[in-house]
Write a protein that binds this ligand. Structure first.
Ligand code: ADP
Length: 248
């Protein structure tokens, strides 16, 4: 709802420590995956794995992988499947992923989704104590094209803590251009320029949207309307889906 609702500090809940299993957030660029992932992370006490953030971190640090991925990302193209799958394999092997994790921005192609299914099975991921969920739950956030454009052109990020704001929506910072939490100057991502945004949305339709069918056929998909202005209401829906979809 209002700005004040979206700026509340994160509160850990009594759900922290409960086995949640893998949660996949699916949705177009700008659909709100990152925002919801941050909130769900706080609520369930499980890590957010954002392949976009990991890749941007590689670019900042100037690693070999960052150098390879940079041009593709800045042009709104996807980075190669193998590179991204290896990155995810490393991350989910960390102990903090044992009771669950949220994938934000992965998988993004059918190949990546097939890889993830194989990988989780091979690693006997579901033989660890995960409650009764046997497969990842996939939450698709749906938002109309024009709304996506408005959100993406207004998106600002804190380079220090990663918090996401939006100059065009109710998620504005308290002081324009400044992070509420640490006072850093907010930045606009290089790929949030209009021509690159169009390319990203086009690639989403062609390469990522087919995943809704892929997971839908496996009965793992929950669709949530991500277009409502009340970010808290969307979070409540996402939480409900995770809590009640645990025996999929
Ligand atoms: P958004 O979802 O808002 O477009 P992300 O931060 O998730 O942004 O990703 C930014 C860019 O990083 C993508 O446009 C793509 O180039 C690259 N990327 C992120 N995740 C993947 C992935 N799973 N597969 C391939 N490329 C990826």
């Amino acid at each position: 709802m209002g700005t004040e609702m979206t700026q509340k500090p994160a509160v850990a809940s009594d759900k922290t420590g409960v086995a949640v299993g893998p949660v996949i957030l699916l949705g177009a660029p700008g659909a709100g995956k990152g925002t919801q992932a941050q909130r769900i992370t706080d609520y369930f006490g499980i890590p957010q794995i954002s392949t976009g953030d990991i890749l941007r971190d590689h670019i900042r640090r100037g690693t070999e992988l960052g150098l390879q991925a940079r041009a593709q990302m800045e042009q709104g193209q996807l980075v190669g499947d193998q590179v991204v799958c290896d990155m995810v394999a490393d991350r989910i092997a960390q102990p903090d992923c044992a009771i669950g994790f949220i994938l934000d921005g992965f998988p993004r192609t059918v190949k990546q989704a097939q890889w993830l299914d194989r990988h989780l099975a091979q690693k006997h991921y579901f033989e660890i104590d995960h409650g009764c969920r046997k497969q990842p739950i996939v939450i698709q956030l749906t938002v109309e094209y024009n709304d996506l454009l408005r959100r993406l052109t207004g998106r600002r990020t804190c380079p220090t803590c990663g918090r996401i704001y939006n100059a065009n929506t109710s998620q504005k910072p308290l002081v324009e251009g400044v992070c509420d939490l640490d006072g850093s100057a907010l930045v606009t991502r290089k790929d949030d320029r209009e021509e690159v945004i169009m390319e990203r949305l086009k690639n989403y339709e062609a390469q990522t949207l087919p995943l809704a069918d892929y997971y839908g056929m496996k009965k793992r998909l929950v669709e949530i309307d991500g277009s409502v202005a009340d970010v808290d209401a969307i979070t409540a829906e996402v939480r409900k889906a995770i809590e009640h979809g645990d025996c999929l």
